[in-house]
Design a protein around this ligand. Structure first.
Ligand code: NAP
Length: 295
């Protein structure tokens, strides 16, 4: 049973008012469950834009602004989380709940434990499985999390009431919340999100540096654009995701190279039946996934 005072967020501080932080702010405003939303960030222009778009009510660039917050949401790239933990550390107390939207979890948890020490018990790590290749507050959208999953990777030292508070916050946005072990999170998201981004960036880089790049791109059709849409994502965000999930990604990239080498052999040896069988297997797996999502 959730105490009534956890149902409303009187003061929410969003650190990093970009696509994810801004969309969370808009979704909570839409639901009418938040009193004041304060944006905290790096560039004043971004924060001014966030106020003018109605995403936040006011902003600050001094981390003392987190004082009195019921909830602090960290919406910065994962490589920037540590500095933010350092800056909020002097101001958090046993009434503050901290959560984040970072795409990798174990690294952020390690940062929180190292910097916040006992205060890490106030941190409930999270990751909305929703987003886009667009970034910045102008791309923020109140409906971004509707019917999407948010994965929480709670810490053993979290009090159940703050896990419930963060769960409620995401449910208010229209999301479905699940919990998961952080290592498992990083391994699975490494395969379904991080590896595809690496492949898309690498393919575009490979063609762009090759002979006749311009001519190749002129002739690129829908398949190329579908496959490479995510290579338009923010390079800093993806740099941070890649290095903070390096163990899992290194393994996945290695396994993938082996599979690609096996396919190369099939191609070199013109083993058409086996190529077709691989494509059939993959198409059936993807079609099942699409059908499941539709239902
Ligand atoms: P974004 O639109 O680029 O917003 C990032 C925000 O963080 C901006 O307000 C930016 O401020 C601020 N920021 C960037 N670097 C900073 C630094 N070094 N110090 C302080 N503030 C900094 O990014 P986003 O897509 O919202 O991603 C935010 C987080 O959500 C990331 O951890 C990402 O891994 C995660 N995530 C992203 C997606 C997605 O599809 N985009 C999906 C799920 C989770 P300035 O405007 O001043 O640069």
């Amino acid at each position: 049973m959730v105490p009534a005072d956890l149902m409303r967020i009187e003061k929410l501080v969003v650190i990093g008012v970009g696509l994810i932080g801004g969309s969370l702010a808009l979704a909570l405003k839409r639901r009418g469950v938040v009193g004041e939303i304060v944006g905290l960030g790096r560039r004043v222009e971004t924060l001014e834009e966030a106020v003018s778009l109605g995403v936040i009510d006011r902003f600050d660039t001094d981390h003392s602004a987190v004082q009195g917050a019921d909830l602090i949401f960290m919406g910065v790239p994962v490589g920037a989380m540590a500095t933010q933990f350092e800056r909020i550390a002097p101001y958090i107390n046993d009434r503050t709940t901290i959560t984040d939207g970072g795409s990798t979890k174990q690294h952020v948890i390690d940062d929180a434990r190292q910097i916040l020490a006992g205060g890490a018990s106030r941190f409930v790590p999270g990751h909305p499985i929703a987003g886009s290749e667009r970034s910045g507050v102008a791309a923020a959208n109140a409906a971004l999390f509707d019917k999407h999953t948010v994965l929480l990777t709670p810490l053993p030292e979290n009090d159940p009431s703050i896990i419930e508070q963060v769960t409620r916050m995401w449910q208010y946005t229209g999301a479905c919340v699940e919990t998961m072990d952080p290592v498992k999170h990083d391994r699975i998201l490494g395969l379904t999100s991080h590896l595809p981004h690496i492949l898309a960036y690498t393919l575009v880089d490979f063609i762009a540096r090759g002979d006749n790049a311009e001519r190749c791109f002129d002739l690129a059709a829908g398949g190329f654009f579908d496959f490479t849409r995510i290579a338009s994502s923010d390079p800093i965000m993806w740099r941070d995701i890649t290095v903070t999930n390096r163990e899992s990604l290194s393994e996945s990239i290695g396994d993938f190279i082996e599979r690609l080498s096996a396919l190369k052999e099939l191609v070199d040896q013109e083993r058409a039946d086996e190529i077709e069988s691989l494509y059939r297997f993959a198409r059936e797996a993807r079609n099942r996934l699409v059908d499941k999502r539709k239902s």
